[in-house]
Design a protein around this ligand. Structure first.
Ligand code: PGA
Length: 224
């Protein structure tokens, strides 16, 4: 039997608190119609909405996990604007590290990514390290590696999903570098997800644009 798939929704800088809660309300109502067994769903809202989402999930006993889109490389203390691992852990069990948008727009460095992964680990937060290709930097032990070629990201590169055969080749190379579970991300949607499910070593997906609408996201999950 196939292992559980992890499907991570990366909302990026979208949705207010009330929009995030509306998404959860629709998702929790509509999800009764499909079988979500063997799928672990992780939503990564903005920091501003994380706690409200976490409370909603607890109150409604939903089987959804939460993740941060970033984490501080420092601990608690005098680091204005940063969200520490201990703060994140109040609401989230996962964190995305080194997304290509962060590398491009805020020049996230390898050193910083390493420190972030260390912080996450010390608070029991699963790290999802993003890599652009098989030669990209991989720290010793991320929980997950998300292969996301920038050209495949729907709002960033040319927005063309990578060929599943090429993803499989990249996964083989990444597997030699790390024992972390492997995810694919970049223009995944309900129409193309099927062709990636057969990839050896695939443990799930990182989904951006197609996760913003709860019904579309559920349609995508239904194909898994
Ligand atoms: P996309 O984004 O699914 O919109 O291509 C994926 C990501 O950037 O994580």
């Amino acid at each position: 039997m196939r292992e559980n798939l992890l499907v991570v929704a990366n909302w990026k800088s979208n949705k207010t608190v009330s929009e995030s809660l509306d998404w959860l309300k629709i998702f929790s109502k509509e999800k009764e119609k499909i079988n979500l067994q063997n799928i672990e769903v992780v939503i990564c809202p903005s920091f501003t909405a994380l706690f409200a989402c976490s409370r909603f999930i607890d109150e409604n006993r939903l089987s959804i996990k939460l993740g941060g889109q970033n984490i501080s490389e420092f601990g608690d203390g005098a680091y204005t604007g940063e969200v520490s691992a201990r703060q994140l852990k109040e609401s989230a069990d996962y964190v995305i590290i080194g997304h290509s948008e962060r590398k491009k727009y805020v020049f996230e460095s390898r050193h910083s990514m390493e420190k972030k992964a260390e912080q996450a680990k010390s608070f029991g937060i699963f790290s999802i390290l993003c890599v652009d290709d098989e030669n990209d930097f991989v720290m010793p032990d991320p929980s997950y590696i998300a292969y996301e070629p920038p050209t495949a990201i729907s709002t960033f590169g040319v927005g063309k999903a990578d060929d599943p055969l090429h993803v499989a080749q990249v996964f083989l190379k990444l597997r030699k570098k790390s024992g972390a579970k492997l995810l694919y991300g970049g223009s995944i949607d309900e129409n193309n997800i099927n062709s990636y499910l057969v990839i050896e070593n695939l443990s799930g997906f990182l989904v951006g644009g197609a996760s913003l609408d709860p019904v579309k996201f559920l349609n995508l999950l239904a194909k898994c």
